[in-house]
Write a protein that binds this ligand. Sequence first.
Ligand SMILES: Cc1ncc(COP(=O)(O)O)c(C=O)c1O
Ligand SMILES: [Zn+2]
Length: 391
Amino acid sequence: MSQSKFSHLVCAECNKEYKGNILQNVCTDPTCQGSLLAWYDLKGSTVTREDIKNRPFTMWRYGEFLPVLNPANIVTLGEGGTPLLKADRLGKAFGFSELYIKDEGGNSTGSFKARGMSAAISKARELGITKVAIPTAGNAGVALAAYGAKADIEVVVYMPIETPEQHKQECRFYGAKVIEIGGNIGDCGKLVAELCQKEGYFNISTLKEPYRLEGKKTMGYELAEQFNWELPDVILYPTGGGTGLIGFWKAFEELEALGWIGKKRPRIVAVQSTNCDGVVSAFHSNSLTVDAIDRGFTVANGLRVPKPYADKLVLRILHDYKGTAISINDEDILEALSEISRYEGLFPAPEGASLWAAAKQLKAQNIISDTDKVVLINTGNGYKYADNIWV
Ligand SMILES: Cc1ncc(COP(=O)(O)O)c(C=O)c1O
Ligand SMILES: [Zn+2]
């Protein structure tokens, strides 16, 4: 692998530039505070798609387009390299001729959050960070705890009390301190900000830290490669904070700049829970920002994010990519979960299952056609959700 092409950070809202070799959370302009995006010198890249093909199938095969400058700092548990499965039986039964599931459930700690945390903790190590804190709906905390353990970085996790027990226990096994909060992830976020301010922890909140996104964008690199650099027609993504959704956009823009894909873009569909669907209502009312919505518990705890920090960017992407947004109730999520399990032998996280319910509804509304190449991004494994989904 040649040297990373990472050069600097750019604010997603005001385009202000920041150095990449010092600690940064968000844009320091108090009127902006936008998320910072990693920028790469792609024009200077000589890596080819052939080079990539011959490397081990983990997310680090795209190392030139990841932010770690010294490979010795990479903290890896083998994340990425997940299968793209053709969901033949499910597709046939419900009239989809080209239905695929990108299955993130086999990642270390059982979700796509491993990709983000591998990148974030590697970069944290490179920048000399020794203690980190995070508000989490569950999976992100578990992944951070695992990568923190591997890197010998101290981890504090704030989690809503009603998060399934398995998430909390796994964090504790990795040696993280778990603080349970009688509120939602937004309430956890406020406490994390206070802790970071008072005690010098580095804040790893979604999109208030630039590098988790870089790990998640590798789902887009991988998907393009698995489809032989021809993007599908529709990608459905379970949207909480929206990092993965932004990651797909970032991957595709970078791949086009590299000349590895053409201009075609998939329609991206943001899928949320009816109990927490701020992105859906903002999208359909053509609003530029999201008003916080939280109507309480959902079986898909990762989707209970009342207001994504990078709401403006999420909405811009949905409009630019001619996508849409839809919310799904818990009953439909559980039915979809059991259909995916029965037809495909795959046990998805409820967040991933929500996508199948959404695909069926959008097909009934003729927003998805039976010949569209459709991909569901199953972001996690169902095993951790026993408390929520055992019926
Ligand atoms: C399984 C799962 N899917 C999706 C999400 C939402 O992720 P994002 O922040 O990328 O929208 C989460 C977040 O916790 C999750 O755990
Ligand atoms: Zn800014």
